[in-house]
Each structure stands twice: as C-alpha cells, then as structure tokens.
Design a protein around this ligand. Structure first.
Ligand code: C2E
Ligand code: CA
Ligand code: CA
Length: 626
C-alpha cells in the first residue's frame, strides 16, 4: 500500500496533495530538476513523468527493498512481543493483530487476519472458552461502550478458562483503537502467594498478627449489629523450657500441635491467629458474651493442658487466657488486641491455667513491664556498649596467648551492667544479632590495633546462628579491620549444639574454613557434653568455671577435669580452664597439664583502653625474665 502511493503519479501530479518535502521524495526531486511545473500542459507532463520514472525506478527498487526489510523487522518485533496487540479501525474491523493476541484467546493465526470484525473475533473467543463471566451480547455492549467513549481504558478481565488478562485500550482519531492484552495470570498468582505468606505464619499455617485487624474489621462489617466480639489471647506456659531442653525442632512441633488443638476448639466462624513466638489469639464472633468467651477460655485451657506426644518426647505445657470484649462492636481492633495482650500478663501473674478479663488499670503495669526492653533498645540506638578484655595465659609459662572480649553496657544510671543482665533480653527481642555483629566488628578492630599479634576470643550467642548473614558478617569484620583470621577465636556454648542441626554444623564448618578457630565454652554444663565433641572438630574445650570452683571442695571435680584433659588430648583439642581464682587451683591445673588458664588470679576483664599498655608491660616483663 505504501509502495503503491509512490508509483501513483496521477495522484502525485494532479492530485491536490503535494508530497510534504520535495527533498524527501525522489520522484518529485526529478520533476524539479527538469524544471517541470505542475501547471504544465498535460502531454508535456506525461512525458516528463515517463522520463522521471525511468530515472527514478532504480531508486524506488532500493527503497522497496529497504521497506521490505523494515516491514520484516516490524513483523518480527510485533510477533515477539509478550503482549497481544490489536488495531481496530472506526468500523470495528481489524487492521492488524500480532501472534500473541491470537494465542492469549486460543485463536488460530488466520482468524485474526486484517478485515475480521470485532464481532467475529468475539464469537470465536466464546467458542474457544476465552471469554469473561458474561454473555456474548453483554460483552459486545461493554466493548462498544469503551470504543464509543473515546477515552483510554485500562481493565483487568478474568476469563472463564482461569486466565487473567490486563487490557489497555487507547482510542485513535478515526474512532478505531489500539489495545494491548497481557496475560497476567502468573503474576497475579505470585502476588496472591506473597500476600498469603505475609498474612500467615509459615510454621503453623495460621493467620498471623497482620491478618488479625483485617479479620476483625471484616467481621464487624459483616456481623449482625448487636453481636459482640471477643479477643482471647494466650501463650504456652513452659514453652522456653521445652525449646531449651528438647531443642527447637521439638519446640516447633509443639507449636504446630497446639495450633491444631486450638483450631479444633473454636467454631468455624472464629479465627485463630499466631501472634508470634508462643502467643496465639482467637477472635470470637457473634457469641453471647461474656458466657461464651468464658466457655471458650475453659475449652482452650483444657485443650492445651493435655500432654503432647512429640516423637519420643512427651511434654506438658498449659496456658492462661485473657479476654477482651467489645460488646458494642465499636472498638478499634488494635486497641482490643492490646487490651487482650495486657490481660494476659495479669492472668499469668494470677497463676497459670486461669482466664482473666482486661481492665484498663493494666495499661500502666504493661508499660512498666516493657521498660527494660525500651531501655535496651535505646542503649542499642545510642551505642552504650563497650568491650572489656580478659587475659588468656599459657598454664606453664604464663605467656599471653590471647584476650577474651566481654561486652558491658555503660548505663546512665546503673553504671556498668554485666552481660548476664542484658544478653538474655537482647536474645529474646532479637537485638542480639545487631549487637553481636557490633561485638565481633569492634573486637577485630581493637585487636588489630594491639602492639603485637595477640589472638582475640569473641563469644557468640545461639540466636546469632539463626542469622543467615553471620558468616558474611564475620568475614566482613576481618576484612574491614585487617585482622588475620588465625587471630580470631569464636566461642560457642553447648546450648547451641542442642540445635545440632546440619545447618548449625554447616555454619561452624564455613567459619572454620575462614581460617579462624572455634572453642566450645562452658564445657560440662550441657546434657550431652561428650557427645557434642564428636559432632564438630573444635580447636579448644573451655572447662566450665563451676568445675574449677569445686576443685578441693568436691572430690569428683578433679576426676572430671582429669578426664576432660585426657579427652581433649585424644581428640587433638587444647583444654582451657576458666575462673581460676587461687594459686591452689592453678597448681592443680598445671599438674593436670591443662593448656590455658584465665581468671581473677591473673586479672579481671579490663577496659579496652588499658589493653595495649598491659600487653607492652607483659612483653617488657618477659624480656627481663629472659
Ligand atoms: P563466659 O563466656 O563464660 O565468660 C567468662 C565470664 O566469667 C565473664 O563474665 C568473666 O568476667 C567471668 N570470670 C572470669 N574469670 C573469673 C573468675 O576468676 N571468677 C569468676 N567468678 N568469674 C570470672 P562476664 O563478663 O560477666 O560474662 C558472663 C557471660 O556473658 C559470659 O560467660 C558469656 O556467656 C556472656 N557474654 C559476655 N560477653 C559476651 C559477648 O560479647 N557476646 C555474647 N553472646 N555473650 C557474652
Ligand atoms: Ca566465653
Ligand atoms: Ca565460659
């Protein structure tokens, strides 16, 4: 069509439409060169045209080939679009459609030939099942209304065959339109999955805290006016014990089993939600209150009071329930949930296995209960932590073998707070991960500044092993400080190996392959201390302080230390004694050929600023001794 225009000389010469630019049109250029005006007599014009054709034809041949190439490229581009594209003219006939358009609606390539009417295409789509939930006539009327309105229109249409199509309709000046059709079924499904995951707890499959207010709003909108709504909150008593003694997998199984019992105890209309950790909530709708909330609380207490059989473990937990009622159906969901949360603390304080209604006075108590947490979060924000360092010495020569980093909190009012008073809370509220990262970075930075290449030991908390970035953080701390990996020792406690999962061991492996060493701290306090030694090739075993303290007091202490030293030697691990306070204890440990010692007998943990001077002093002393 485009090519025809160029050869249609009559239209060019006699028609009213002149080419836009003479320069751009080779045929017109030729006429101009021969000084022929369009006002010339017709025969002269014809002969001029004939001459022009002879000269111009080769040029057109080239242009035609170029156009062919362009057309081919256009075709390739159009047919490889992931969106379906169609152009309709003002009479609702197809000008062109690409391959994808036909695919989306299960049409054959021929059925979308130029000239096909919209009605014909719609009929074919109804025959192939690719049409929305409406009749053919309704659909045509809807398309007509869009075409007539001459306004852009964006719609998402769900087809009967399950596909979801996003249509962008753009009008053209001749009352036709161009539309793109995109199959967004997979994207929609991925979005729906994500939304589901965001609103559900991965472990138990229950809705999570995010969904709770939504459910409550939904229920209050659909529920009959006058129906009351109750929120019951509960948590599992002794859950932490189960986790600590039987391990996380058993703790997880307990949560799933509890979720199952809770679901079985409520009616279909009620919603069970996992609030987090071992806390659950139930939204009870349309019940006669407070009678039915109390009845449900009793059922929940009974359901969770029965023993749970989890593999080889039988555990008994129990619960206390607190209830917040909204008999007027007007309370905002967050307030109601907070009320129920607060009642939980009171129910616990009143003794386990009870229920309790929310009273406003509890608000102040809850605030007070949360004060330490707020305080610790503030400390983290202001970086109120410092590292102290304690000497590690060779038992026989007293040579300095390293320093252990021990964290302190410099509190504005309380002074220096020891780690046992804030590490457990930091673990509970998830602060241990950023705090632990800071500790390892700071310990590496400090050690790199010491006057000689003394090793530094850093304690890791079990919770840090749940952070997938742990290895990367430690590698980063070494790199940033320039500390050689051989100078870093990581100390882990036996409790961490309770989660003796392949994942924990894999992380330990990765850490060891960085070139650093790993010590097993507080050895002898766990349930299966000797068993743990077989699970991983530790570099050092640190005998727990309690055994050193008992030396000379309890007869078995010496036998235990003797056995641990033998065991370490057999396994190629060095043995370390912590908490050495007396010369008698030191003499015994020297006799037992324990490798390293630490304790108040040599020094208390020292502020970082004193370490460099101490190392220099020790070096000077050993030079004098030599
Ligand atoms: P730990 O790793 O067993 O550290 C040794 C603890 O024993 C230190 O207490 C140290 O001050 C104390 N100690 C050393 N020598 C003696 C002695 O002769 N007699 C007595 N009675 N005690 C001695 P500290 O600094 O209060 O730390 C307590 C625990 O807190 C540590 O036990 C460790 O489990 C944890 N902790 C300390 N710093 C960190 C840290 O940076 N990260 C983590 N995750 N935990 C830390
Ligand atoms: Ca330690
Ligand atoms: Ca220890």
């Amino acid at each position: 069509m485009f090519l025809d225009n160029h050869f249609d000389t009559s239209r060019r010469v006699f028609g009213s439409a002149k080419p836009k630019s003479i320069r751009a049109d080779p045929f017109a250029r030729c006429l101009t060169a021969r000084k022929v005006s369009i006002d010339e007599p017709v025969p002269r014009l014809f002969s001029a045209c004939a001459a022009a054709r002879t000269r111009v034809l080769p040029a057109f041949g080239r242009a035609a080939r170029e156009l062919q190439i362009q057309n081919h490229r256009f075709d390739v581009a159009l047919n490889n679009l992931t969106q379906g594209v169609c152009f309709f003219d003002g009479t609702q006939r197809l000008i062109l459609a690409n391959r994808r358009y036909a695919e989306i609606y299960n049409l054959s390539a021929e059925s979308v030939d130029p000239g096909t009417t919209l009605t014909e295409i719609v009929d074919l789509r109804f025959a192939s099942g690719a049409f929305p939930e409406m009749s053919r006539d309704e659909y045509l009327a809807w398309r007509d209304s869009i075409a007539v309105s001459a306004e852009p229109n964006d719609t998402i249409v769900e087809l009967k065959n399950g596909r979801v199509i996003s249509i962008h309709h753009r009008p053209m000046p001749d009352h036709g339109w161009v539309a793109t059709h995109e199959d967004i079924t997979e994207r929609r499904e991925a979005e729906a999955r994500l939304a589901y995951i965001a609103r559900h707890d991965a472990l138990t499959g229950l809705p999570n805290r995010m969904l709770l207010p939504e459910r409550m709003v939904q229920e209050s909108e659909h529920g009959t006016r006058g129906d009351s709504l109750a929120v019951l909150c509960l948590d599992l008593d002794h859950f932490k014990n189960v986790n600590d003694t039987c391990g996380h997998p058993v703790g997880d199984a307990l949560l799933c089993a509890a979720a199952y019992r809770l679901r079985a105890a409520v009616r279909d209309e009620d919603t069970v939600v996992r609030l987090g950790g071992n806390e659950f909530a139930i939204v009870q709708i349309g019940a006669e209150q407070p009678r039915q909330a109390i009845a449900l609380a009793d059922r929940l207490i009974e359901a969770l009071g029965r023993p749970f059989q989890l593999g080889v473990h039988q555990v008994t937990v129990g619960t206390s329930v607190d209830i917040a009622l909204d008999t007027r159906r007007g309370a905002d969901p967050e307030t109601l949930l907070k009320s129920a949360d607060m009642a939980l603390y009171r129910a616990k304080a009143d003794g386990r296995g009870t229920y309790r209604f929310f009273e406003p006075i509890m608000n102040a108590e809850v605030q007070a209960r949360h004060a330490p947490e707020t305080d610790l979060r503030r400390a983290a924000a202001n970086n109120e932590f410092e590292l102290f360092f304690q000497l590690i010495l060779d038992t026989q020569t007293y040579a300095l073998n390293g320093l252990e980093a021990l964290v302190r909190w410099r509190h504005q009012e309380r002074g220096l707070v020891p780690p046992m008073e804030f590490i457990p809370l930091a673990e509970e509220i998830g602060l241990i991960v950023p705090l632990g990262d800071w500790i390892v970075q700071e310990a590496c930075r400090q050690a790199a500044s010491w006057p000689r290449a003394t090793p530094v030991a850093v304690n890791l908390s079990p919770a840090q092993f749940e952070n997938p970035r742990l290895v990367a953080t430690i590698r980063g701390a070494l790199k940033a400080s320039g500390l050689a990996a051989e100078r870093l020792k990581l100390e882990i406690t036996e409790s961490m190996l309770l989660q003796d999962t392949p994942a924990t061991l894999r992380i330990l492996d990765q850490l060891q392959s960085l070139g650093l060493s790993i010590s097993l701290d507080d050895f002898g306090t766990g349930y299966s201390s000797i068993g743990y030694l077989r699970s991983f090739p530790f570099d050092t075993i640190k005998i727990d302080r309690s055994f050193i303290r008992d030396l000379g007091v309890k007869p078995d202490a010496l036998a235990i230390i003797h056995t641990i030293v033998d065991l370490g030697r057999a396994l190629g691990m060095s043995v370390f004694a912590e908490g050495v306070e007396t010369t008698e204890q030191l003499a015994t440990l020297q006799g037992e050929r324990c490798s390293e010692v630490q304790g108040y007998l040599f020094s208390q943990p020292l502020p970082a600023a004193e370490v460099a001077a101490l190392i220099a002093h020790l070096d000077a002393r050993s030079r004098v001794a030599a």
